[in-house]
Design a protein around this ligand. Structure first.
Ligand code: SAH
Length: 252
């Protein structure tokens, strides 16, 4: 409570807590989890079921296929998660949902800068609308396709946040030249061998001329974005001048 910067801590509400940390437990995210740079709490929604059969779902009002996650059970699970002593007083409450606003890198950056969200993973046909309203859940989508549950979507969101946390990626973490950071897709990357199946690394990249390399990468990023993501291209922010000392100014 008194610590000035508590670690980024996310709570996931799910019917399948055993799926966590899963892929978040390996590589960079996993090492950072182990060393306490962030924390993950997966809570079983079923623990908040009250009936004898511990049921969490029921048939949709108005008819139709499948089952719907009950509002009372999920609300109780959210309330229990928010009563944990370590839980921050106010954190984003997200519901993974194909109906949500699509997740973007700028939203990821904002979430990574905060205390860490509470994330609800849906299952079945979805969850009762009333709990979305009553517990102020913000619906977030990871793309225009339908998964069978919110867990993989939650993992994608958490992974995107965790790699931005201080210390997780070391010096690489700035991410300033990555896809989306300046409204563009990333330029192509190369490494050794110098020639692969007759294809050499573009000459400019081995020239040692940093300004030319930067200009080449920027041009490639622009061409890729224009071709593959016209939606991003038209929305891109005005480019920031990357060259340290443009010839036409006296600033130094
Ligand atoms: N019937 C719902 C889909 C339910 S899929 C509909 O048509 O909107 C079951 C659960 O998977 C959802 O509650 C949600 O938590 C998760 N899910 C599925 N697709 C997703 C996506 N694109 N982004 C985020 N979560 C998703």
């Amino acid at each position: 409570m008194t610590s000035s910067s508590p670690i980024w801590r996310t709570t996931v509400l799910t019917l399948f807590p055993e799926m966590f940390p899963g892929p978040l437990g390996v590589s960079l995210a996993g090492k950072a989890l182990e060393s306490g740079l962030w924390a993950l709490e997966a809570r079983d929604i079923r623990d908040s079921a009250t009936d004898r059969h511990r049921s969490v779902d029921d048939t949709p009002a108005g008819g139709g296929p499948g089952m719907v996650l009950r509002a009372d059970v999920l609300a109780a699970a959210i309330d229990a998660a928010e009563m944990v002593p370590d839980a921050p007083n106010s954190r984003p409450r997200l519901l993974m949902s194909p109906r949500g606003r699509p997740l973007t890198q700028s939203r990821v950056q904002a979430l990574a800068a905060g205390p860490g969200p509470l994330i609800v993973c849906g299952r079945f046909e979805g969850i009762d609308q009333r709990v979305i309203e009553a517990r102020h859940l913000e619906e977030v989508s990871i793309g225009d396709y339908v998964l069978s549950g919110g867990e993989i979507a939650a993992m994608a969101l958490i992974d995107a946040c965790v790699r931005l946390l201080p210390g997780v990626m070391g010096k690489l973490a700035s991410g300033t030249e990555e896809s989306f950071s300046d409204g563009l897709l990333e330029y192509p990357q190369y490494t050794r061998p110098q020639t692969f199946e007759g294809r050499p690394i573009p000459e400019i990249l081995t020239s040692g001329d940093h300004a030319k390399v930067a200009a080449w990468r920027h041009a490639e990023a622009e061409a890729l974005t224009r071709e593959r993501r016209p939606d991003l291209w038209v929305q891109r922010p005005a480019p920031k001048t990357r060259q340290k000392r443009p010839k036409n100014t006296t600033e130094g």
